[in-house]
Design a protein around this ligand. Structure first.
Ligand code: AMO
Length: 440
């Protein structure tokens, strides 16, 4: 059986994007995987990809050693190779330079090849691609999406840190539900029942006591029964929580954070967006804010009846959402429709100090002012048919004095759908999880 070669003492001297016409005549060593191989009369073109981009390697067979020609004959797509060679200025090659190889190592021997080109063209179904997700992620489009995601994460961290929020990491194994019992995943914790966290809600709230302003970017698990284009069973949630502010302050922080993200991807991801043939969304001059009641009466004018208290699903507000367009808030939801920790309006406790951030019909984030009084929290738990005893560990924190506080949770994947104009959340998730998918 043929064996892949050893790396030995070969080490990279340049990434693909560093091989520029200015290096004409210089010796370089590059590594990467093969995106395409074209064999023409007398010449073999290999497109080598690494984490930074791609570079063309051009073998003139008549001028190369018999040994090197033989190696290049076996090169196929997705193989990992190392190439030593000389840089040659070449106006016709995609980066203005190419590498003329003098030696090569074959470092992996693929036995299968995906049924698509990494550079575009016809694609098999999403499900088929997800089955071989690691190879699928080598596609230029997927590379562009996740490059944008890295910029988004960097921009979010930058904004929050610059604004004095402290990054925290909270437990993902928990003992009680925070966002409603139906969507909980159970696990065995040393033979005792436990759950995977649906959101860092209760911990981030507790942490405003010692730290005032916290944020977390981490996984959250939702046992969603419906399999839709915008639901996953495991998401990445961007959460903030802050003491001595209310939901209006938090809406303004979220708006400023998203403006920072849009600015960053606008200035740093133009290549990625041109590969996606998409434009990042433009933020409106200001994020509009409608109350739940405003939305209900607008829907009624359109001939749709919503019973007060009902959640507004994507479909119910689809028509209105077109009108409202990009980023807008729906605020002051019925208290019965929001979790127990959201603070009811003191003057009208039927509604609460809450908001959803929407983009068209898609909910991107939700948040609100929180209940900071223990007795009110116990009452809210009971109203929502939850057992206060199950939240004892949380309620006890309130005995030591909980300041007023507010926060939001933003779904990273939902945000990425909007930023990259992808309709299916799975395209913007490395390894999506849903009711029918737990591998790869
Ligand atoms: P909520 O349950 O609304 O609020 O979740 C916050 C955001 O997370 C995203 N999201 C999802 N994305 C994809 N698939 C899912 N199954 C899914 N579930 C939620 C959405 C949603 O807006 N603790 C509160 C937040 C807070 O008040 O701070 C919470 O979890 O984008």
């Amino acid at each position: 059986m043929k064996m892949a070669e050893e790396l030995g003492n070969w080490r990279r001297t340049h990434y693909s994007t560093q091989v520029t016409p200015a290096l004409d005549g210089q010796d370089v060593t590059v590594f990467g995987w093969v995106g395409s191989v074209r064999r023409q009369s007398g010449i073999t073109f290999v497109m080598l990809n690494d984490k930074e981009g791609k570079i063309q390697v051009t073998l003139h067979r008549a001028e190369a050693s018999a040994e090197l020609v033989k190696r290049f004959e076996s090169i196929c797509e997705h193989m990992s190779i190392g190439v030593r060679g000389k840089v040659k200025k070449m106006a016709k090659s995609p980066s203005g330079a190419e590498i003329i190889p003098v030696d090569a190592k074959i470092l992996s021997l693929p036995t299968l090849r995906p049924a698509f080109s990494v550079y575009g063209g016809n694609l098999p179904s999403l499900e088929k691609r997800l089955d071989i997700r690691t190879a699928d992620l080598r596609r230029e489009k997927a590379q562009a999406i996740f490059s944008i995601m890295r910029t988004v994460l960097r921009a979010v961290r930058e904004f929050l840190q610059d604004n004095g929020y402290l990054e925290v990491v909270t437990p993902k194994l928990i003992s009680s539900a925070t966002e409603g019992g139906a969507s909980l995943f159970s696990v065995l914790y040393y033979n005792k029942p436990a759950f995977l966290t649906q959101s860092p809600q209760l911990y981030k709230e507790q942490l405003v006591m010692p730290f005032e302003k916290v944020f977390e970017i981490g996984p959250a698990f939702r046992a969603e029964e419906s399999r839709t284009q915008r639901h996953l069973s495991e998401i990445t949630s961007v959460d903030i929580e802050e003491a001595y502010v209310d939901y209006n302050d938090i809406m303004s922080t979220l708006e400023r954070m998203l403006r920072h993200v849009l600015k960053k991807i606008g200035s740093e991801c133009s290549d990625e967006f041109s590969r996606l043939k998409a434009n990042p969304p433009k933020a409106p001059a200001e994020f509009r804010s409608l109350t739940y009641d405003d939305v209900v009466s607008r829907l009624e004018k359109q001939g749709q009846t919503i019973s007060w208290g009902e959640d507004m699903t994507g479909r119910a507000i689809a028509k209105l959402a077109k009108e409202l367009g990009s980023f807008y808030y729906i605020t002051d939801w019925p208290s019965s429709s929001k979790p127990f920790y959201i603070k009811p309006d003191l003057k009208n406790p039927k509604v609460c100090e809450s908001f959803d951030l929407m983009y068209g019909p898609l909910e991107l984030a939700s948040g609100g002012s929180r209940v900071s009084s223990k007795s009110l929290l116990v009452r809210r738990l009971k109203e929502q048919k939850l057992r206060p005893q199950a939240f004892d560990y949380h309620l006890r924190a309130f005995d030591y004095g909980m300041p007023p506080h507010a926060g939001f949770g933003l779904g990273l994947e939902r945000l990425m759908m909007v930023l990259t104009s992808e309709e299916n959340i799975r395209e913007v998730t490395l390894y999506p999880r849903d009711k029918l998918r737990l591998v790869p």
